[in-house]
Design a protein around this ligand. Structure first.
Ligand code: NDP
Length: 290
């Protein structure tokens, strides 16, 4: 088996984070203020606790202010709407993120709609989704933005390439399609009702798997030389413990041109792009006040 190039998202994200930290320092020296990111976590979901902890550490390491709001699972919609209102009005907060998933009694769409779109660093607000879809400046969802950066770094110009995205969620698949369309790819979006999925994937120059099914994309779904971005994060049993795998059967993908590993591929890029979006929100606010 040939060996696909490993796209090192961890190293790329570390470089991005270092550049962001240097910019934050320069802006603080010039303007006397620094970007602030508020993260709202409701309940005790173990994966969310890990993600929120990682976001906090990365924010502080980049020289930004981190405001964590960890609330009990039974917190009401009204209390959360009040908190989002306070964060919208707080001049020290430039980015607001409500960690998903939320407990079932909460209406995530209504909460996201309450976030000031200029502080919506997750890019989930309909204003930002609409701006992205219509080619206007938008806050872009962090995970697909990170995938785009990795693709452009690896392939350069993406014009004319056929990208197949498996998954059509609002947070990964759909914004990924918009970004690749804007980068002049020919885009196919596949989902659970798509027919002949393996054959469809074999036509891809760029294959993006964002499904949430461990190793669903097999080696013979991948065209030789294709660039594969594996967004999936799935924990599976392994001996007495567990391990993380992606949505792509990594061991069968040696004939790909390049592939992101799980872990160490897309995951670290998501956090680096969150910092990038917070810095962008901060810069736009400074520019608006100038
Ligand atoms: P969702 O569950 O919201 O969406 C999954 C998508 O996959 C849906 O569009 C669904 O189709 C499609 N799908 C499910 N089963 C199949 C199938 N058998 N064949 C074809 N398509 C299928 O997931 P997310 O988009 O939120 O996340 C996807 C994966 O990415 C997860 O593993 C998640 O953990 C990971 N993730 C990783 C991040 C990172 O930082 N690396 C960040 C965000 C997510 P349909 O619409 O028809 O139901």
């Amino acid at each position: 088996m040939t060996q696909a190039q490993r796209i090192d998202g961890k190293a790329f994200a570390a470089g991005m984070t270092a550049r962001i930290a240097a910019e934050v320092t320069a802006l603080r020296d010039a303007a006397g203020v620094e970007p602030g990111l508020a993260v709202v976590l409701v309940g005790q979901d173990p994966a969310s606790q890990v993600y929120v902890g990682a976001k906090h550490r990365a924010t502080v390491a980049a020289g930004m202010r981190s405001f964590e709001h960890r609330l009990p699972a039974e917190t009401s919609q009204t209390v959360l709407l009040d908190l989002i209102g306070q964060l919208n009005a707080d001049p020290n907060v430039h980015g607001i993120l409500v960690q998903l998933p939320l407990p079932a009694h909460l209406d995530a769409s209504a909460l996201i709609a309450a976030i000031d779109p200029s502080k919506d660093v997750d890019g989930f607000h309909v204003i930002n989704a609409g701006r992205l879809a219509t080619g206007q400046d938008a806050m872009v969802p962090c995970t697909p933005l990170g995938c785009l950066f990795l693709l452009q770094d690896h392939l350069g110009d993406l014009s004319g390439l056929h990208a197949v995205i498996v998954g059509r969620s609002n947070i990964v698949g759909k914004p990924m399609a918009q970004l690749l369309l804007a980068a002049n790819c020919t885009v196919t979006i596949a989902h659970s009702k798509s027919r002949n999925l393996a054959a469809l994937c074999r036509t891809a120059d760029i294959l993006i798997a964002a499904v949430g099914r461990p190793e669903m994309v097999r080696g013979d779904w991948i065209k030789p030389g294709a660039t594969v971005i594996d967004v999936g994060i799935n924990r599976i049993p392994d001996g007495d413990g567990t391990r993380l795998v992606g949505d792509v059967a990594f061991a069968e993908a040696g004939h790909a041109g390049a592939i992101t590993p799980v872990p160490g591929g897309v995951g670290p890029m998501t956090i680096a792009c969150l910092l990038q979006n917070t810095l962008t929100a901060f810069r736009r606010k400074l520019a608006a006040e100038a």
